[in-house]
Design a protein around this ligand. Sequence first.
Ligand code: G4P
Length: 529
Amino acid sequence: MDLNAALEKRRTFGIISHPDAGKTTLTEKLLLFGGAIQEAGAVKSNKIKKTATSDFMEIERQRGISVATSVLAFNYRSKKINILDTPGHKDFAEDTFRTLTAVDSVIVVIDVAKGVEEQTEKLVAVCRMRNIPMIVFINKLDREGKDAFDLLDEVEQKLKLKVCPLSFPIGMGYDFKGIYNLYEKNINLFSGDQKQHIADTVAIDDLADAKLEEHIGEQAAADLRENIELVEEVYPTFDRAEYLNGTIQPVFFGSALNNFGVRELLDCFIEIAPSPLPKNAEERRVDPNEKDFTGFVFKIHANMDPKHRDRLAFVKIVSGTFERNKPYLHVRHNKKLKFSSPNAFFAEKKEIIDISYAGDIVGLHDTGNFKIGDTLTSGEILNYRGIPSFSPEHFRYINNADPMKAKQLNKGIDQLMDEGVAQLFTLHINNRKVIGTVGALQYEVIQYRLEHEYGAKCTYENFPVHKACWIEADENNPEFQEFKRVKQKFLALDKQNQLVFLADSSFSLQMTQQKYPSIKFHFTSEYAE
Ligand code: G4P
């Protein structure tokens, strides 16, 4: 296939939400529409349930499922759709942030009753920072929830978005009658006590038309006219360019579980969502239609079989085509590598493929060559950036519990960090290792995996840190020299050998910032972006 034609067809995106808002259900419904699965329930949830904290088998089982659902691809109306799965569990938020570097757009799912929740706020903030085009889907309209206008206000205020409703609910919960689609100018009516079916789709070019009353009754018709008038007065009209540059966000209402509003969402999505976008490397901007292959690793998944320590590296193809058995340059190692069995992903399977195009994800078997953020190219020296680390929330010393297995422990820690399971800091003062994680669950995952995959045992010890800050300063600056001397107890190196200040409280961080005004304290590891 011609590269430009392939690009035009591709839509690579992620669905983000607070756990339980309906991400898995929506994903499944999209796959059903795409004909990629035949029945609901076929896609296993990739979420780590709350009960998993001490249930290692459950974690392992979930890891297995998440390989299968990491990338779900299907064709819909001549478009090739790649959904990149993002774990909903907050302890795995870092994985989600990284996956967001590989999407070209996102759909944000919000529960109509709960409104904007914490995890959604965090994830949307990351998307906003990167100007990722976003569509909002307000879900569970079959249940009683917040008033639609209140919700739109909440989305604007909490998520700092500029919304543009493309559909609007007619009633809600018990009185839910259907959805008016401003984009297609029609109404989907729902029937049945259980509201399980789309009864009818009625084209309504003009809301003044008396047939509106026939279909939804007088009161609902009057309300709808009033609501739509307000929508048209208050909210901007949809403009694709503004959506694509991240300045407005279309909103849809529906119920994923009942299939309400899902087709409308999907139909609009494939029309307006971007095909693969250019990406900045340190050296230059790379366009997807350049014929030479470039791509980067955004996720690494360890194999389920502990005896074979091979891993699957997920590469987003940024430009050109990736071909099987062709040598590509691993830029960080300055080494050519060939891949004889690259995987492409379909609904829930992976298959060996000969060629993949920009926008697609390939899974490469890896025996320890890759770490997250690595760039592969056809030969050019190029480094994609934009996979920053955020300050972890928890910090613990990691100790070796079996002196005979120090080598295994170090290797295990190294590889798990390459996979991005957690962050490693080495203290300046005594070289002790500190593991930083987003959630407490990761410590158990690390301990379990070190033992089962590497034969090493570890224990942890609390290390009270409020926040890790990446330090930027001029080496010759006397103030920096003093800072290093005074604060040496709190200084560490991250895995990239960048200097990090581990502040023990927000007060001490503030004081330190005030005392050393010429030093910059950054809250992510990639601060130049
Ligand atoms: P997540 O991936 O965002 O965590 O959410 P998920 O799709 O698993 O949905 C969370 C719960 O919300 C599920 O119920 C799901 O059935 C329900 N749900 C999703 N969409 C809708 C909707 O449109 N209307 C209503 N009423 N419920 C919806 P559960 O009981 O937690 O799980 P399950 O046992 O049904 O799988």
